[in-house]
Design a protein around this ligand. Structure first.
Ligand SMILES: *Cc1c(COP(=O)(O)O)cnc(C)c1O
Length: 434
């Protein structure tokens, strides 16, 4: 961000025009990707951090599995192309570069919430330190699952959960996280990106601090996978979970993902099941579980092929984009542009997302006292965003299918809604499903 008194940037509104937006679209190397997505007719879709749209690629991959089920029935486990038996491991191999892991450290399985249960349940060891560090802006399901696992381990969650508090209600200071990590801490479990403000955490620094204190470091990447590159293996993070229906566009309730660092291979998972057994002996049907020597051990039951298939297609798009690094580059340009437009056109709003690109995920939190009704008015105009308590309109210009002109037009709609008090025609929401 240029400083306001930067002489080279004295009249920023000169560049914040629809022509500039169109020029940026014209030179965008990823602009062709949008033709592969079904964005609802006539809509500006800025809600891909909640549910990404269908692509022709995801649809084709799903159709293929349905055809194979019809044509092959049980033989699909071995004769489908690709065969279903190792569908979870194979998708893990394809996902590994997105999170910076080794292929065997990643697998798809379960839902994000279940994976938190599986991994926290496996790795929480009070002997290492009774406390688990989380923060007070987390996505609630993470706390529900961790509290449940603490109870299962015979601990009082109110005692064992160490909650780092936000100073401003939007973000968490890294130094406050570090200050919370001491010898009583056995695990740190934090998001990569806060779902409301879009703050991106410093995974490397937090992991190092956890390890120095003898604790493990786990992360929830739901709001960054597919939008922000990660280096989990290099950083040495112990485990991570994420979903695929947000920036990876694999469909509602699609199978989730998980990473376990190879140093932990061989432990017995808390939610052990036959699908996590060593593949070579799974069908021996022995009564004793023999964990796969990979993250695959953390699968529980049969890989949900129908909810995994769309991800197979969706990953083609990431690969064709040139990887998540290329998507991140465009994503930052889009959120930079959006933040500049909000500053310039929507002075009555505040940007709740960090302006430092290194601390920003893929969406922008636009704060306004009437955010709930403004988000309804935006939807009425075909600008799909969502509202988060208490005052946030989340706008996610997902780089695979949103362009700069889309962002420009969305802000123009926002301006017109405020000018015309259009939000007054809507009822206040109580929180909202979307
Ligand atoms: C979206 C999201 C989830 C969702 O969990 P599911 O089990 O897929 O419903 C969990 N955690 C975070 C941080 C999220 O953003």
């Amino acid at each position: 961000m240029a400083e306001p008194d930067d002489p080279g940037d004295s009249d920023e509104s000169d560049v914040l025009t629809v022509d500039t937006a169109r020029e940026m679209d014209a030179t965008d190397p990823l602009s062709d990707l949008r033709d592969r997505f079904f964005v609802p007719e006539g809509e500006l879709y800025l809600d891909g951090n909640s549910l990404g749209p269908l692509s022709v690629d995801a649809e084709a991959a799903l159709d293929r599995v349905v055809d194979e089920w019809r044509d092959l029935a049980i033989r699909g486990w071995t004769d489908a192309d690709p065969e279903w038996f190792s569908y979870g491991e194979r998708l893990g191999d394809r996902l590994a570069p997105l999170v910076g892991a080794k292929p065997e450290e990643v697998v798809v399985a379960n839902s994000t919430t279940v994976n938190i249960h599986a991994l926290v349940g496996t790795f929480y060891d009070p002997a290492r330190g009774e406390q688990i560090v989380v923060d007070d802006l987390d996505f609630p399901t993470d706390h529900y699952a961790i509290r449940a696992q603490l109870r299962a381990a015979g601990r009082d969650p109110d005692e064992a959960l160490r909650v780092v508090e936000s100073r401003d209600g939007r973000t968490i200071e890294t130094e406050d996280v570090l200050a919370a990590i001491d010898d009583d801490v056995g695990m740190v479990f934090l998001p990569s990106v806060l779902y409301r403000s879009g703050q991106l955490f410093d995974i490397e620094t937090i992991t190092e601090a956890a390890h120095e204190a003898g604790a493990l470091a786990g992360f929830d990447l739901a709001h960054s996978v597919g939008a922000v590159p990660h280096r989990l293996s290099e950083v040495g993070a112990d485990f991570a979970v994420w979903c695929h229906y947000k920036y990876l566009n694999a469909g509602p309730g699609s199978v989730a993902g998980l990473y376990v660092n190879e140093r932990h291979f061989g432990v017995t998972p808390a939610l052990a099941g036959w699908w996590g057994n060593d593949k070579g002996t799974q069908f021996d049907m022995a009564m004793t579980y023999e964990p796969a020597q990979s993250a695959g051990a953390f699968q529980s039951g049969t890989v949900p092929v129908l909810s995994a298939a769309p991800l197979d297609g969706a990953l083609d798009i990431v690969e064709d984009a040139g990887g998540v690094g290329a998507l991140r580059e465009k994503s930052l340009a889009l959120t930079d542009f959006l933040i500049d437009l909000v500053d310039d056109r929507l002075p009555e709003c505040e940007v709740g997302t960090p302006r430092d690109p290194a601390a920003r995920g893929g969406h922008v939190a636009v704060e306004h006292p009437e955010a709930d009704r403004v988000s309804l008015a935006l939807k009425e105009r075909g600008v799909v965003v969502d509202f988060r308590q208490p005052n946030v309109v989340r706008m996610a210009p997902a780089p695979a299918y949103v362009g700069f002109e889309d962002v420009y037009r969305a802000v123009e709609h926002f301006r017109e809604i405020l000018d015309g008090d259009e939000y007054e025609a809507f009822e206040k929401q109580s929180g909202g499903v979307t």
